[in-house]
Design a protein around this ligand. Structure first.
Ligand code: DQA
Length: 148
């Protein structure tokens, strides 16, 4: 089975209690459950990782070739707007990455309008709530089939 790495960045462990007017009521556990259901249906395997630490995210991306990861679904959260290191890690492994955001980052504060990740991502999905993850995972499965 093809393996997909799912990365949730900082503060996403607080989903369900964090600014629910922006991010909704679903918890990270509920989102992961939904993604695992889709994965089962699509016959792919997920490796799911959440961290509040930039270096840990860089490390897990760096190990993805060795771990036979076919594609990466990442919500880099606040690191979207600041992390050259995560951007460089994605570029370094040369594995297709899809960037997702729950909120529409372009309709929010100016500092969220820039994604350092987008130029090295295969594509970006932003603003569909939890559905962004579902769209992202489906896009990745199609992508893997296309490049297989
Ligand atoms: C986010 C948007 C980011 O700007 C923010 O820092 C997050 C979550 C989203 O999913 O909408 O933590 O990535």
């Amino acid at each position: 089975m093809d393996k997909i790495l799912i990365i949730h960045g900082p503060n996403l462990n607080l989903l369900g209690q964090r600014e629910t007017d922006i991010y909704g009521a679903a918890t990270l556990e509920e989102i992961n459950k939904k993604l695992n259901c889709i994965a089962k249906d699509k016959k792919v395997e997920l490796s799911i990782f959440q961290s509040n630490h930039e270096g840990e995210i860089v490390d897990i991306i760096g190990q993805s070739k060795k771990n036979d990861i076919k594609a990466i679904l990442i919500n880099p959260a606040a690191y979207t707007h600041t992390s050259v290191a995560i951007r460089d890690a994605i570029a370094a492994v040369n594995i297709p990455a899809v960037e997702v955001h729950i909120s529409n980052i372009y309709s929010r504060e100016n500092f969220r309008h820039t994604s350092l990740i987008a130029p090295v991502a295969y594509g970006q999905i932003s603003g569909f709530g939890v559905e962004s993850y579902v769209l992202g995972l489906n896009a990745i499965v199609n992508l893997i089939e296309k490049i297989a």
